[in-house]
Design a protein around this ligand. Sequence first.
Ligand code: 13P
Length: 284
Amino acid sequence: MPLENMKAMLNNAAGDSYAVGAFNILDYNSTKAVVQAAEEANAPVIIQTSAKTVIFWGAAAIISWVKQLVASSSVPTALHLDHCKDLDLIKECINSGWTSVMIDASSKPFEENLALSRQVVQMARPKDVSVEAELGAIVGVEDDIHVKEQQAHLADPEQAIKFCAEVKPDCFAPAVGTAHGVYKGKPKIAYDRLEEIATKTKVPIALHGGTGLVDEVFKKCISLGCAKVNISTQLKYAFIDGFVAYHNAHNTEYNPLKVIDAQFNELKAGIIEKIKLFGSAGKA
Ligand code: 13P
């Protein structure tokens, strides 16, 4: 199937109380794991790239392996650029074939965030590319965006309503207490705020900082309006652990293709588990 944007898949998910998994890929093997996991679970899926990953491989290489893998897949798949502050890179991804982009101007003052996000929506619409925008500051490190605990702040519901009314994003990422990376303590999720923002903005919500949340937290957030769940750190761990565990167990073998296959299986198993947990299995 050709790539599609996130609009229909997120609206379907929001209307049916499940969420589509958005998995940050690292290379060809991890992309193949996302695509095959979604295919096996018969689930819509979002292949997500950090700005750093795009810069590392180049947009042309990524789009060519993504298109090749998705061509033989039968489930709805979007290619989404995660947290990006750089309008030139957003433009490059849109022109290269990404079907969805995220503008992260959340570190800017409210009016500036609103203006930049609106600018990206105007850039994306003519190409039928969906847009995610963020409000508030999500704690932790994602790509080259570092937010310390003291700098983190939750999205304000009144601002969220104004922001979504004026920007009209296809997906909205309000900071509601989750964190990127590994949780140090028990996360405190502002469920009331999440519910209020989801109900009043009527925009499918993206839950950032998925790695490390327990099943009940995912389920509650999804029931309150989260239609997209971002998972990145889990894939980074599986990428390294799958590789190292195989090599440690067969340390005289030096057979790279077997190591790559072990890494693929580790990645795919974790992705399928999350797809099932988010309720999107069987929804393709
Ligand atoms: P984790 O790294 O905590 O899974 O968060 C991913 C994310 O939100 C990417 O934007």
